[in-house]
Write a protein that binds this ligand. Structure first.
Ligand code: NAD
Length: 288
């Protein structure tokens, strides 16, 4: 099976390396020459142009930072990919936009799945992602041999866009848990108990979450801030989740307050900074 990976960033490069290790050498493409060079170093094939990567591929995997990049990939796919090819979008995108891409691909006679992922660059590099899939079950069955190399868990959520709905719900919870955990740590430290001592309790008790079990110890209290997920990308996801709530006519007051911290209040944390810098800023009292 011929596979292409479009977007060789923190996630896509790890996916390409994972496929190489599994014996399925993909062709990669990224606008940035440096990322193409890293993919070649990892043993992947590299295409000089988007269309070259797609022509002749049975499965095209996207890992891109925004809808504009995915739109360009969709247009190239419907123009040059084989008519029985499948486009699998692992980027996190707006639900309505994703459904429009699915319809555009279907109108060309080809197949599309949204398959956003969780697990970060470490999960991509180790083939241990969780994939949340929206689209046709029969199409998922066709791409499973590829997806199973990338993901330890594959959840078929529903029809087109359902994967994105699940992913946005997940990331809005991550964003909210991070702000809440940072506030709880600040509260404890102000009362004289160090954050680490509180974490030792919380992680053996019912207040635990990925924020307390992973983010705080691994990336925040350690000072490493090297998760490979940029604050700008998390802000994108938070904005998309708010749009989804608004479009559904649903009030989400707790999520909306956490979103305010990410989108409006933490401007001191730049878009390229590690996303854990936002809860760290909250812990330092930046949010008031
Ligand atoms: P990234 O910024 O590290 O990588 C994106 C890559 O896409 C870059 O190398 C960039 O040069 C390339 N690119 C941009 N426009 C392009 C185009 N038109 N054609 C080809 N290449 C193009 O981002 P990332 O962290 O790898 O995230 C990719 C996607 O996965 C995003 O949608 C993100 O929200 C999602 N995601 C990221 C993580 C994470 O922890 N980093 C986890 C889950 C999901």
């Amino acid at each position: 099976m011929a596979v292409a990976i479009i977007g060789l960033g923190n996630m896509g490069l790890g996916m390409a390396a994972t496929l190489v290790r599994s014996g399925l050498v993909p062709v990669g493409f990224d606008l940035a020459p440096k990322r193409r060079a890293l993919a070649a170093e990892a043993g992947a094939g590299v295409a000089a142009a988007l269309a070259d990567a797609m022509a002749g591929s049975d499965v095209v995997v996207l890992s891109l930072p925004h809808g504009r990049a995915v739109a360009a990939a969709v247009e190239a796919f419907v123009a040059v990919a084989p008519t029985d090819a499948v486009l699998v979008d692992t980027s996190t995108l707006a639900v309505a936009e994703t459904r429009a891409f699915a319809a555009r691909v279907a109108a060309s006679g080809r197949a599309f799945l949204d398959a956003p992922v969780s697990g970060g660059p470490a999960g991509a590099a180790s083939g241990q992602l969780t994939a949340m899939v929206g689209g046709d079950a029969a199409v998922l069955a066709r791409v499973r041999p590829v997806l199973e190399r990338l993901a330890a868990r594959i959840v078929h959520v529903g029809g087109a866009g359902a994967g994105q709905v699940a992913k946005l719900a997940n990331n809005m919870l991550v964003a909210t848990h991070l702000v809440a955990a940072a506030e709880a740590m600040r509260m404890a430290e102000a009362a004289g108990v160090p954050a680490q001592a509180v974490l030792d309790v919380v992680n053996a008790a019912s207040g635990r979450s990925a924020a307390t079990e992973v983010n705080l110890p691994r990336w925040i209290l350690s000072g490493s801030f090297d998760s490979g997920f940029a604050a700008g990308l998390m802000r994108k996801d938070v904005g998309l989740a708010l749009d989804l709530a608004r479009d559904g006519g649903v009030a989400v007051p707790v999520l909306a307050r956490a979103a305010e911290t990410w989108l409006a209040r933490s401007g001191a944390v730049g878009a390229d900074a590690d996303f854990n810098r936002v809860p760290a800023w909250v812990m330092e009292g930046g949010d008031g």
